[in-house]
Design a protein around this ligand. Structure first.
Ligand code: GUN
Ligand code: ZN
Length: 464
């Protein structure tokens, strides 16, 4: 249970503490020696001021530096982690999550394209954005890199809702001017890029919002649209604008790309040819990747989103972490839900699914490695590892609090687990629906499972 400890304040204005068991990563456990990549505190204190962490350490020592800390949320039977980072999702597909019975390209035609066509309607887009954000925060995700769809309305709706919570949202208009239903098709490559630049100027760096240039995937853009998208990306990349797309998800898609772009030696080279491969490029899936493509992704410091529940649901293929993290050319990898191909907005559930995907190849996936991908690894994939994804001084105070007794059965089962890592693995494997107790966004508790109004906007005067 939460309790509030009140003391005389000598910490400056708006200083707040969060106390409990905590875990954070400082280096990539795929690459560094075990025990050197994370910090775990059985009784830690995080001190927050103006949305940032200003101090963190063992409670007994740290509190001495803040004798006047006037407000502390204390959690027992819980673990405080950096807020989860979802490196790839489609908020516009939330209404078709869990639609059964087809492989990727048929599933897109049957469920996804008709649904995305509805986002011309701003009222509908607003409703979906509200639900998506509510569920994302309920599941402890504080940063998301998402697809909107063709229409400006779809982009405005999700940025507006994100702004209300003060979350960091990365999104943009989806570029698609061929091989897609007329109701979603861009009128022309030129027009689609003009609209992209207009939206970029409106939203990029407005508060915590960031813009991404989003060609859906190579088959749904003409060479002209990819060329113009690449030019725009090259112009804006050093101002922190992203490029987000799908890559090497399933064999039928790769075959289609080969047919459409016969001059390019592989799928990654198609994007590279058009100037779309760079440090702020995020590639979703990467299930069937050739060695030379991994090398290109490494050389260009691209981010990759591992989306296990989607890959299983759509029967795509499996992400091979041992290939991605090959020591001689490791790639930056974060987790993605890929909703609505993915079956949950819970990153914890993705961790459970990632384990199963790896086991299909006889590889076990250590819980610390997957938790890393879910937090600091995701920040690295987005090149935001100096800002989010860790619990350390100077970082933005995006945090999630996992309940180690989320429901009766889980609490009973966890009694048989000894170490914190064992408990976390069990939690990810069984992932009860409401495992997250609280979610903090820039220091504000926007979600509290036990509060009368669990979700609150950052600007709500009653929020703590
Ligand atoms: N490839 C192109 N579009 C999509 C999409 O919406 N979902 C998935 N999983 N793959 C895609
Ligand atoms: Zn996707």
């Amino acid at each position: 249970m939460n309790e509030t400890v009140t003391q005389t304040n000598s910490c400056g204005i708006h200083c707040k503490g969060i106390r409990g068991q905590l875990l954070t990563f400082k280096a990539d456990p795929f690459l560094c020696r075990e025990g050197e990549c994370h910090d775990y505190l059985s009784d830690g204190l995080i001190v927050i001021q103006d949305g940032r962490i200003i101090d963190v350490g063992d409670y007994g020592t740290t509190i001495k530096r803040y004798p006047g800390l006037n407000e502390t949320d204390t959690y027992s039977d819980a673990l405080i982690l950096p807020g989860f980072i979802d490196c790839h999702a489609h908020y516009v597909q939330a209404p078709v999550i869990g639609s059964s019975g087809n492989t990727l390209l048929k599933w897109l035609d049957r469920y996804v394209f008709p649904m995305e066509s509805r986002f011309r309607d701003k009222i509908f887009a607003d409703e979906v954005a509200r639900e998506f954000m509510a569920e994302m925060l309920t599941q402890g995700t504080t940063t998301a890199n998402v697809f909107s769809t063709t229409f400006a309305t779809s982009v405005d709706a999700i940025f507006e809702e994100s702004e209300r919570y003060n979350t960091r949202m990365i999104t943009g208009k989806v570029l698609q001017d061929r091989n897609i239903s007329d109701s979603l098709k861009d009128e022309s490559a030129e027009e689609s890029i003009l609209l992209t630049e207009k939206l970029l100027k409106k939203w990029h760096h407005r508060g915590r919002q960031l813009y991404a240039i989003i060609p859906r995937f190579a088959p749904t853009s003409t060479p002209r649209q990819l060329e113009l998208a690449g030019e725009l990306y090259q112009r804006y990349m050093d101002r922190g604008v992203y490029m987000h797309t799908h890559l090497d998800e399933v064999q039928s898609e790769i075959d289609w790309v080969t047919q459409l772009f016969p001059d390019q030696p592989n799928y990654t080279e198609v994007y590279k040819h058009f100037g779309l491969v760079g440090g702020l490029s995020v590639m979703a899936h990467c299930c069937i990747v050739r060695e030379e493509e991994w090398q290109t992704l490494h050389d260009n410091e691209c981010g990759v989103a591992h989306c296990p529940s989607s890959n299983l649901f759509l029967g795509d293929g499996e992400f091979k972490y041992w290939e991605a993290k090959e020591q001689s050319r490791p790639v930056r990898v974060g987790m993605g839900t890929d909703v609505g191909g993915g079956t949950s907005l819970s990153i914890l559930r993705q961790i459970g699914e990632a384990y199963k995907v790896a086991m299909m190849h006889g590889r076990s996936l250590d819980i610390m490695k997957s938790l890393y991908m879910a937090t600091r690894g995701g920040a690295e994939a987005l090149h935001l590892e100096h800002t989010i994804g860790s619990i350390a001084s100077g970082y933005e105070a995006d945090l999630t609090v996992l309940d180690l007794k989320p429901d009766r059965f889980a609490a009973w089962r966890l009694n048989f687990a000894e170490s914190i890592t064992e408990k976390l693995f069990v939690l990810s494997a069984i992932a009860p629906g409401l495992t997250v107790k609280a979610t903090y966004v820039a220091g504000r508790k926007v979600y509290d499972r036990e509060r009368k109004r669990p979700l609150m906007y950052a600007s709500d005067p009653d929020i703590s």
